[in-house]
Design a protein around this ligand. Structure first.
Ligand SMILES: [Cu+2]
Length: 168
């Protein structure tokens, strides 16, 4: 007789947890992980907010690297620089793009070097939606962001070419 309310409470807690996850307005699409070297890499995706309230990405977490941060890439004097991004808003009914050359989830000190087809598990922490954990496939083919790399290389080459030209 004394046990019953206890069991009911446990079931209620379980039910509440799963209901919350299913009722989330936040959805991640087209996620992929890319690394150009064994030590660091990025995770990219489109985050949709199907709700009618703005949400914010307030943190990221993963066991796949020593440090995981939300970064922003910006072009500064022809050089691609990265800095830790402030809290990112996913507008109501809108989306947030994490892409090469823009916002991305940065993995520094990768635990095991990423191989094509590997899965990187990352937890996104949202102000309203809470924590959402997704399994992201590693795609080293660079199909989506190969352009960015090419632009970066070209920019560097153009810069040195200009400098050479000026000194001649
Ligand atoms: Cu970065």
């Amino acid at each position: 007789m004394k046990l019953r309310p206890f069991i009911l409470a446990a079931f209620a807690a379980l039910f509440a947890a799963s209901a919350q996850a299913h009722g989330s307005d936040i959805e991640a699409h087209q996620a992929y992980a890319y690394s150009a070297n064994p030590a660091s890499g990025g995770v990219f995706m489109v985050i949709h907010n199907h709700g009618d309230e703005d949400d914010r990405l307030i943190g990221v977490r993963s066991d796949a690297a020593a440090r995981v941060e939300v970064h922003q890439s910006v072009m500064q004097d022809g050089v691609m620089m990265m800095s830790q991004a402030e809290t990112l808003v996913i507008p109501a009914g809108g989306e947030l793009l994490l892409e090469r050359g823009g916002y991305h989830i940065m993995f520094m000190g990768i635990t095991t070097p990423w191989q094509q087809g590997d899965i990187v598990t990352v937890t996104l922490i949202f102000e309203h939606a809470g924590e959402i954990t997704i399994d992201v496939p590693v795609d080293l083919t660079g199909a989506m962001g190969g352009d960015d790399e090419a632009h970066m290389d070209m920019t560097t080459m153009d810069m040195s070419a200009t400098e050479d030209g000026a000194s001649n």
